[in-house]
Structure formats: C-alpha cells, structure tokens
Design a protein around this ligand. Structure first.
Ligand code: ZN
Ligand code: ZN
Ligand code: ZN
Ligand code: ZN
Length: 556
C-alpha cells in the first residue's frame, strides 16, 4: 500500500500513514488508526499517572499508603503486599461479555470492581528501599518524589533517571552524581543547572557541553576547564567570579536569566540523539529505524513511542519495553509480546489486549489484575475455542466503531487527564480536556496558605539558612502550594553551595519539562545550510538550530 493522508477523527488535522505503517498494522491484525499521532498519544498517556499521589488506606490491612488513585475515585486500593498476595481471587470478579452493550463500558465496570495496586511499582523489578513517595520506579534507595526511574540512591524530585546518586531535581539523567537542576545529564558529577551535559565535572549553568570541568555559564564547549561565559579565566579569577554567585538565591536567578540570553547566541543541534541510525526524535540513544520517538534507548523499528528501553517493532507505546516486541497503544508494558491497548503488562505475557495489570498472561482480553492465566475475557476463564469465538465478537464490535487498535477509551481510564503525563506532554485547559472526551480532576490534594515561613524570610544565601528551616512550611512563589525541605536536601544545598528553591517540586518539574521541549517533531530548515530537519524546536522559536553536520563543524 502507498502512503495515505487522512483527517483525524478527533482534531480533524491531516496525518500521514506511511506505506510501512500499513504493514505493521496488518501484522498486528488491526486497521490503520483513525486518530492522528498526537490525539493517540493524549489518549494513551491519560493512563499514566506518575506524579499525582494521594494518601489512602489499604482496603485489606488498613495500612496507610501512597496511591495514584484519587480517594474519591471508585477504585479499591490495596497496598503492595496485599495486592501481590494470593489472598484474593482474580476470577471472583469474572463478568460475561454482553454483546448488546459496548465492550468498553463493560471493561470500565470490571476496572472499577477489581482492586488496584496503590502505585505502579513493579513487583518484578528490584524493590524500593526507604522510598515511599515514588511511582513507576524500582530498585531505588532513600529516594523521595522520583518517577519513572530506577537504581537511584539518595535522589529526590526527579524523573527519568537511571543509576544516579546524591542528586536533586533532574530530568532524564544516567550514571550521574551530585547533580542538580539538570535536563539530560549523562555520566557527569557535580553539574548544576545543566542541559545536555555529558562526561563533565563540577560545572554550573552549562549547555550542550562534554568533557568540561570547572566551567560556569558555558555553551557548546568540549574538553575545557576554568571557563566563564565561554572565556578562559585563571583559577583564582574563576573562583572569585563564581563564588560571588553560588549559594545566593537572587544572584543565581539573575545569572540564570543572563545565561539563558547568552545561550541564544549559540547554535543548537537539531536533536540530542547519540549513536542512532535512520532515526528521528529526541533523547534517543543507540536506536535504529526509530521514528517520532523520545527518550528511548536501544530500540529498533519503533514509531510514536517514548520512555522505552530495548523495545522492538512497536508503535504508540509509552514507557518500559525491555525485550518486548509488537506492542501497540501500550502504557508501561515490558517483557512481553503482541500486546494491544493495555496498561502495565509484564512477565513474558503474550497476546494480551485491552487489559490492566497482567503478569505472565497469554491470550487475555479485557482482564485486570492477573498473574499467570490463559484464555480469559473480562476475568472469566474460557476454553481456547470459546475464547477465540468471544474475542472475535468483541473485535468485530470494536472494529465497527473504529476503536480496535486504539488505546482504551478515555472515559474508563482510572485517572483524569490532569493527573497524568498527558497533561505534561500535551497540556490542555479543563474545558479543552472535557471537550476532547477526557476526565478532569478539580480536587488534586494541594495544601495552600499554611506556610510558617514566607519566601522573603528565607535567607538569600544558603550559609545563612538555619537547620530549623526543615521544620517550616514554605509557600511556592509561583503556585502558592506548600512544600517542605527534607533534611538530606538541606545538607545537599549546603554541600553544593546552592540556594533554597522558592518554588515547589511541581513547578520546578514543569520548568524542566519546558526546558526539555515538547515531545513533538517539527519540520524546520537548518539555520546554516537550509537543509530540511526534524526537531522539537518549533519554527519561530528564538533558538538558532543547526543540522547535525553544520553543528559538528561549528562546535568541534
Ligand atoms: Zn488528532
Ligand atoms: Zn494492605
Ligand atoms: Zn508551585
Ligand atoms: Zn546544516
């Protein structure tokens, strides 16, 4: 088949289905989608609540738990231990498929009835130790508010990290230590306010740099030491200049503003990809034939996906991966093959469709909460023959409504749009979200107006901040939300000579997402050679964007 341009059923924008896409959909046994890639992403991402956490009580043991399910939502929440146990019978929730009623309506009823695990913490990956306030995370120790991360120690307020230690406020980082307020930090130590930094040491306000040490306010440098605003300085001068800024909130803010202006004078690379072949997207590492993907490592033949590792031949998949293939419209699916429209499937599952929290499942359709099961529909056990018959009926129903091959319908998603990463990646107002068929949560647990210390009362310099600040309730200068400092955080600021932040974690996280840029590719021309490029710098933005080869000539 040839490429085809269609009009999205949701937003009416044109989108292209390429010739090879038809091949993939055929292999998956689904029709080509009637929604454009962005509308598909929103629908899928609404199934992934990472950061909106609530306090709840386990319905079995009554222990208080951190949960991603709103206390007023109809879902029954179990703590990890109770949910993982075999004390409750998944089959006792079995429902018959009623061909006279929409399948998604019936699936929605099942999802409400089956108990939910409080957070998305996989029982299959390494356990978290002393890291209660984390989600979509495993193998972490002494961590607080970390999301979509693994194998961290003493890290807080971060997302998308692996193998990092002793760091705060990072977005997308690997193998780094003692770092702070960074986006895309790789194999670095002691980097604060950095973006796209690799193999660097003890530097602050640096962007698109590698192999640097003791640099401050620098852009596009390679293998340099003691530079300030891209100029070399003696060690003494450098220490004097940086010493006048470090640790002071007002001077740090002022310098950050100055640095942002300064950085606009330098060209940026079209993307930050490393060792990729025939691929486009951003934050890709060692990928091959990957298109429109973001934050993916070691993936092959994937499209319209984000946050996966070692995923093959999959489309429209948000997060996880790990030796999976043939995933379509999945969220948090790993170690599995041929999974469609499902959330949190793992443990060598196969042929799972429209299911939730499945491990080691084979031939499952519309099921929730299973470990090791076969031929089940709406949690009811069937023979292989009956399974195939009923599955065919449901598929026919979904196909007739042009829903087969899309993510679960938004009205049955257990989360509201603004509780999930959909709001981070494709922000909508409440009115827009409702108009597009998503739910909205007005009552997210936020405390305001309880501050015991006003932001003006926080000493400007970290050296003047007293230990007692950890007992104070602070108020975010941007959104008014109350927040506190944890003791380890205060020690970190002192050690790194950093001022106390005046914004809450959520506003800091949003600011890092803005620095990362959208998970969208735009067609632009290289600002040097005019070649066509695909980049997440939207046309009309103030940055100078170069194609890979022009950038390399300029920088090295
Ligand atoms: Zn659309
Ligand atoms: Zn419990
Ligand atoms: Zn805030
Ligand atoms: Zn160029």
């Amino acid at each position: 088949m040839n490429a085809e341009t269609r009009s999205c059923k949701q937003c009416q924008q044109p989108y292209v289905i390429e010739a090879e896409d038809f091949g993939f959909y055929e292999k998956m046994g689904v029709p080509a989608p009637v929604l454009c890639p962005i509308c598909r992403s929103k629908r899928r991402d609404q199934l992934r609540n990472e950061t909106t956490l609530y306090s709840r009580t386990c319905a079995v043991c009554k222990k208080s738990v951190v949960s991603m399910y709103h206390p007023k939502s109809p879902y029954t929440v179990y703590c990890d231990k109770c949910w993982e146990s075999d004390q409750w019978d998944r089959f006792s929730y079995a429902q018959d498929y009623d061909p006279k009623r929409p399948f998604f309506e019936q699936l929605g009823e099942l999802l409400v009835r089956v108990p939910k695990k409080a957070t998305y913490i996989s029982g299959l990956t390494a356990a978290n130790i002393n890291s209660e306030y984390t989600n979509v995370a495993g193998g972490n120790k002494n961590c607080y508010l970390v999301f979509n991360s693994g194998y961290l120690e003493d890290v807080s307020y971060s997302r998308g990290l692996r193998y990092c230690r002793d760091s705060l406020d990072l977005y997308y980082a690997n193998n780094s230590e003692r770092s702070y307020e960074g986006v895309n930090i790789q194999q670095s130590n002691g980097v604060a306010f950095g973006q796209n930094v690799s193999g660097s040491l003890d530097s602050s306000f640096v962007m698109n740099v590698s192999g640097i040490q003791n640099c401050f306010g620098c852009v596009n440098l390679r293998n340099k030491t003691y530079h300030f605003l891209n100029e070399p300085l003696s060690k003494e001068e450098y220490e004097k200049k940086t010493g006048a800024i470090r640790g002071s909130y007002s001077r740090t803010q002022e310098f950050w503003k100055q640095f942002k202006e300064f950085s606009l004078k330098f060209p940026r690379r079209e993307n930050t990809n490393l060792k990729t072949v025939n691929s486009n997207g951003d934050f890709l590492v060692e990928c091959k034939n990957v298109q429109h993907c973001f934050e993916q490592t070691s993936c092959e033949d994937c499209k319209y996906s984000a946050y996966n590792k070692s995923l093959k031949a999959s489309y429209d998949t948000t997060g996880y991966g790990y030796d999976s293939e043939l995933l379509l419209e999945c969220v948090g699916v790993g170690y599995s093959s041929r999974v469609i429209g499902s959330y949190w499937v793992e443990g060598q599952s196969q042929n799972v469709e429209y299911s939730f929290a499945i491990r080691g499942g084979e031939n499952m359709f519309g099921c929730d909460g299973f470990k090791k099961a076969k031929y089940c529909i709406l949690n009811k056990q069937y023979s292989e023959v009956d399974y195939k018959k009923i599955r065919a009926q449901i598929v026919a129903e979904l196909q007739s409504k042009q829903l087969y091959g899309l993510a679960m319908s938004p009205e049955i998603a257990p989360f509201a749009y603004n509780e999930t990463i959909a709001q981070d990646n494709f922000p909508l107002t409440k009115e827009q979200a409702l108009k597009e068929g998503f739910r909205w949560q007005d009552d997210i647990q936020i405390t305001k107006g309880k501050e015991t210390m006003k932001s003006e009362q926080i000493p400007d310099h970290i050296r003047d901040v007293k230990d007692s600040i950890v007992n104070e309730v602070l108020g975010c200068i941007s959104c008014g939300r109350n927040y506190k400092l944890i003791p380890a955080e205060l020690q970190f600021y002192r050690k790194m000579i950093l001022p106390v932040p005046r914004q809450c974690f959520y506003c800091r996280h949003q600011a890092r997402l803005a620095r990362r840029g959208p998970l969208t590719l735009y067609d632009r021309k290289c600002d040097h050679c005019q070649k066509d490029i695909k980049t997440n710098f939207a046309p009309g933005r103030p940055e100078i964007v170069y194609c890979e080869s022009c950038y390399q000539k300029e920088v090295i």
